[in-house]
Design a protein around this ligand. Sequence first.
Ligand SMILES: Cc1ncc(COP(=O)(O)O)c(C=O)c1O
Length: 506
Amino acid sequence: MGSLNSDHELKTNSASFNNPMDSEEFRRQGHMIIDFIADYYRDVEKYPVLSQVEPGYLQKRLPESAPYNPEPIETILQDVQQHIVPGITHWQSPYYFAYFPSSGSIAGFLGEMLSSGFNVVGFNWMSSPAATELENIVMDWLGEMLKLPKSFLFSGTGGGVIQGTTCEAILCTLAAARDQILNEIGRENISRLVVYGSDQTHSALQKAAQIAGIDPKNFRAIKTTKSSSFTLTPESLQAAIDLDIQSGLIPLFLCATVGTTAITTVDPLGPLCDIAKRYSIWIHVDAAYAGSACICPEFRHFIDGIESADSFSLNAHKWFFTTLDCCCMWVKNPNALIKALSTNPEFLRNKASDSKQVVDYKDWQISLSRRFRALKLWLVLRSFGVANLRNFLRSHVGMAQLFQELVGGDNRFEIVAPRNFAVVCFRVLPSASGLGNGKANEGANELNRKLLESINASGQLYVSHGMVAGIYFIRFAVGATLTEDRHVIAAWKVVQEKLDGILATS
Ligand SMILES: Cc1ncc(COP(=O)(O)O)c(C=O)c1O
């Protein structure tokens, strides 16, 4: 690692220090980094999946201040290997089964490189026409792959935009819905607006409501139950709306989910939209994880009813082989979004924008500056082709099915929720906890918590947990690009061994 007086390094690497974009030096260092990353992917299977470091580990290893003199890439890369890699939780490991995947691919990664390479700031059309136009095109391509109605596409009357994350997508659509209604009824009525989701909806909705100025008392996380597979039922939505209207409140926004975070359940879009439409509620469909699967004909039915929604989003950086960040969002009424999010300072005025012939994406998102994200999605779509994308998604679902069968073959375990996609929710049965009936569920929760900790502490695989109706369970999410059947089978062995160990000592 560099010291304050390394004049020697200054001389030996002078090219890059005289010109930080010297193309030959870029080629040399770039190849080293590519080699480094290629080796990382080759070896990633060997690393403990969940980082095993203690809080504050890095402070102890790195100098207290930035180096005064430049340091060579060779030294920096050595430090990455020695000090950074141990503090990485390896989302790209084939043994990564936690949360939702962050599936990478050569295409996604190289697209990201191209985007960083050009390093343009495409806030409006003129600032980089290709960035805007490619985004228009890939969003229509993907929309067509999902069989979204034309009303969501540029080739119809809507359009798509790549946001950073679903949190941003929900906030932007909520702001559009809010302003649309407040422009009609007066801004002083903001305290009467109500936002609806379920107790399974991602916390992104609550955060968006907070930021958008919705009174926290008017945020509805409608209770779901096991009898309806923890989906938001039309009856419960109707009941909540009725109560709010009786209280003089104004229903504003509904977030329905396709693939909820805990158990990947799917809200019934059609019936929910039928109700929401009666009250002119803006309906956003959050398919952050599961939306990708809907490019396969056999999974498309999960978004049946989408034609009645106002906006739809999915995270291509979750399960679509595109590097973080890449949240694809479509809206039927771009004007509502633009009205809520646009500002037009003099310094950004230009002929193309004034002509209204172009899309200025700065008006579709929170920030002004934006990256050329469409490149990576374009590379993914072209390098895989629809056929391969479908095959990869199907293979993940197949591996989840395999894991489910393995769980089913051991009578100490149960599947906690029906599997819709590539996430298996399972737990050790209460009977294995050894506690009597009254405390069996509590005992099972404790036992499953212990099992999860023991699995993750081993570093051999990484799983996460969920909780529904008081039941703590383990989530096994297949989707890391390098995962194969053998990893799933080995992972299951670890789960069984860890349980054996816990039961033997309790
Ligand atoms: C259903 C759902 N919605 C929203 C999010 C939040 O996504 P982001 O981190 O892109 O905001 C997640 C994350 O896992 C999710 O599962």
